[in-house]
Design a protein around this ligand. Structure first.
Ligand code: 5U1
Length: 687
């Protein structure tokens, strides 16, 4: 075989190792992925042609070998110690550690501060990498600290771990200690892919890392997005140990090992507290999970003087943050009815301290989420609360499921009616939420429904805002919108911060709202899927409320733009006796409108035309313009697109006008709009 092929193979390995280091360790690739792939494929091809040139440290040999029968024991030549944990929150943990170190070293108060190396406490699995003459020969788990398990095959699949050290004269022996973990974004991506392909997602990054390293088949480990950070050394031979811990980590980085850049060398206890607080603040934006920070006396001489106690070095401590994930039990699953009528399933949990607070409830969002987790009453679950995010159930621990297994949880089966008001609950096609159809009858939705009823484009009751609605409902003065029309001065004037003058104003606004239009009235009822435009279409089509009340789904679908989903919503709403009762009460209270002959087709001059309004018109408010366009059969949209027929522009028109000019849309001023509306203005019906 020619010398040049062997040389080319060696050169390719060096280049690929270098680019792996740039990509995985320094996070700073120098060449595009395609170029890297070309180098890799060339090496693979040459090795296939010349198997005698294959070496175990070749970058193509990360996944090799067959599934193992079991893991062989590995005796650690230097024990893998554990780390003392300081759980005192805030500054105390750091101050206690510093005080203890000074005491052990018999330092006086006026002696200079101690230098510390501060690092992250990664939430993964500790391993030992053994390099002999620069080649990775063995990787082992910590085990009991004396004896671990040989997981070399799996660890070789971790791309950021070099199979060969980056040194012309590597140490005879170098054992590197650190943590295998799965970065959170990679974890989410991996799980999303698993779900898509019907595979099993990982429970959480930590379990995922530990489980992957203990896979007997290295091909499985190779598919997991594992990563590694080094944080110390074990046995070394033929290596001049740097004088400080931080310099050891610098040296490991130079040798090609990944070392987190989230570390600092600090002086004295204030430095520890600062590091702790800084990382604590940024904990949730780090791309991996940590469970605390680690403080180490930086000088190796001082470390030697401090020594060990019961398999823990005296010179290091892990200062923990409150856990963000905990195991607990789902005692029950209940539903809450939200302001919009959505039934949200909630897991009632055995109280557990997580993310710094005691958590006893976690939202399960909707039926899809319950199905995805397959969470059942009695299950043991992992609950996560990170930062200020609301607690969530991230996984069910299936091995702990009680036997016989509890039944699957189906919201519709358990709650065929709203637990608050007893109305029907429905899940419309394509929607994740199950909703109560009670609308304004349902106490859970009452405030929202009243606010909507009173809003400007509905019944337009000026001054009836959130604060007043809260009071009226909380004091039991108003249950349905019809009650609004039964409020008298005595009741209103008693409300908080309500002077007689404002009470009179409110009552006048309520009185005024009685004269309305059928479209506004329909819109005000808050029927699901019936917005302002649909309400207008319904009013125009049926002409009277009685005609609308008499319509079945088929008749409703005759209305332009009303499909089966909307028709079902309307039919369901009016099928509830309590909704009909409120409608009747409102009519009895004097709410009225001009009824008209039904218009079964859109006859408006602007039928089928889409308008966008921008800027201020000289004589018409934006709402007036919208009403008149819609009354003429036109539609008003919020943004300009190719589908826009006209843009009506007034003073100070903004980007919508520019977009219209770019797209060549016809631009109208108020006069031009009025001319378009003119035919409609004669005999126009006010819906
Ligand atoms: N960053 C870091 N994590 N960690 C974990 N350093 C570190 N050191 C450890 C452990 C168990 O142990 C040594 C102090 C022995």
């Amino acid at each position: 075989m020619s010398q040049s092929i062997a040389e080319r193979v060696r050169a390719l390995r060096e280049q690929i190792n270098y680019h792996n280091y740039r990509y995985y360790v320094l996070d700073s690739p120098e060449i595009p992925d395609a170029e890297y792939d070309r180098l890799y494929r060339e090496l693979e091809a040459l090795e296939a042609e010349h198997p005698e040139l294959v070496t175990p440290d070749s970058p193509t040999r990360r996944v090799g070998g067959k599934p193992l029968e079991g893991f062989a024991p590995v005796a650690h030549r230097v024990p893998m110690l554990s780390i003392r944990t300081e759980t005192d929150i805030e500054a105390t943990g750091a101050l206690n550690f510093n005080a203890r170190i000074r005491r052990e070293l018999k330092l006086k108060d006026d002696d200079p501060p101690i230098e510390y190396a501060c690092e992250l406490k990664f939430d993964g699995l500790a391993i030992n990498l053994r390099y002999e003459h620069g080649v990775l020969v063995q990787a082992a788990t910590r085990g009991d600290g004396e004896t671990g398990e040989d997981v070399t095959q799996n660890v070789r699949t971790i791309r950021c771990i070099p199979l060969r050290l980056n040194a012309a004269k590597p140490p005879a022996v170098l054992e590197v200690r650190g943590e295998v973990f799965i970065p959170r974004p990679d974890f989410e991506r991996y799980n999303a892919k698993q779900r898509e392909s019907g595979g099993t997602p990982l429970v959480n990054p930590r379990n995922g890392a530990a489980g992957s390293i203990r896979q007997l088949d290295p091909a499985i480990a190779a598919q997991r997005p594992l990563s590694f950070y080094a944080y110390g050394v074990g046995e070394t031979a033929g290596w001049k140990l740097p004088p400080t811990h931080s310099r050891i980590l610098d040296a490991l980085l130079e040798l090609g090992l990944p070392v987190s850049s989230e570390r600092a060398v600090v002086q004295g206890p204030q430095g520890l507290v600062q590091f702790h607080d800084d990382i604590g603040r940024r904990r949730d934006s780090l791309p991996f999970d940590i469970d605390g920070v680690v403080y180490k006396v930086n000088s190796l001489d001082l470390q030697t003087r401090l020594g060990f106690v019961s398999r823990e070095p005296r010179w290091a401590v892990a200062h923990k943050f409150p856990p963000e994930e905990e195991l607990t039990v789902v005692q029950a699953i209940e539903v809450q009815v939200g302001r919009t009528g959505a039934l949200t399933p909630v897991a009632r949990l055995k109280p557990v301290f997580v993310g710094g607070v005691t958590v006893s409830n976690a939202t399960l969002h909707n039926q899809d989420e319950i199905d995805r987790l397959d969470v059942r009453e009695g299950d043991s679950v992992i609950v996560r609360r990170a930062g200020d995010v609301i607690p969530e159930v991230v996984a069910v621990v299936k091995d702990r499921r009680p036997q016989p297994a509890p039944v699957r949880f189906e919201i519709l089966q358990r709650y065929p009616a709203c637990p608050v008001c007893g109305s029907h609950v429905v899940r419309q096609p394509g929607e994740a939420a199950i909703r109560c159809s009670g609308g304004l009858y349902c106490p859970a939705q009452r405030k929202q429904a009243l606010l909507h009823f009173a809003s400007r484009r509905a019944m337009d009751i000026e001054g009836l805002g959130e604060r007043l609605v809260d009071q009226l409902v909380d004091l039991g003065l108003v249950r349905t919108p019809a009650d609004l029309y039964r409020l008298g001065m005595a009741k209103v004037a008693n409300l908080e911060r309500m002077a007689e003058k404002s009470a009179a104003k409110l009552l006048a606004a309520i009185e005024k709202s009685k004269h309305t239009t059928l479209a506004r009235f329909i819109f005000a009822l808050g029927i699901r899927n019936v917005g302002e435009t649909t309400a207008k279409d319904l009013a125009r089509h049926f002409g009277s409320l009685d005609a609308l009340l008499a319509a079945d789904e088929e008749a409703l679908m005759q209305v332009p733009d009303v499909g089966p989903v909307v028709a079902q919503s309307i039919a369901l709403f009016f099928s509830e006796p309590h909704n009909r009762e409120v409608v009747e009460q409102l009519r009895a209270a004097g709410v009225k409108w001009a009824e008209a002959a039904p218009q079964r087709r859109q006859l408006g001059a602007l039928a089928g035309k889409t308008f966008v309004l921008t800027g201020t018109l000289p004589n018409m408010t934006r709402d007036e313009a919208k009403d008149r366009i819609e009354a003429a059969g036109g539609k008003v949209a919020g943004s300009v697109s190719k589908k826009t027929d006209y843009v009506v522009a007034g003073a100070d028109a903004g980007s919508k006008l520019i977009k219209a000019q770019e797209l060549g849309v016809t631009i109208l001023d108020e006069d031009a709009l009025c001319r378009l509306l003119e035919p409609e203005a004669q005999g126009r019906l006010d819906f």
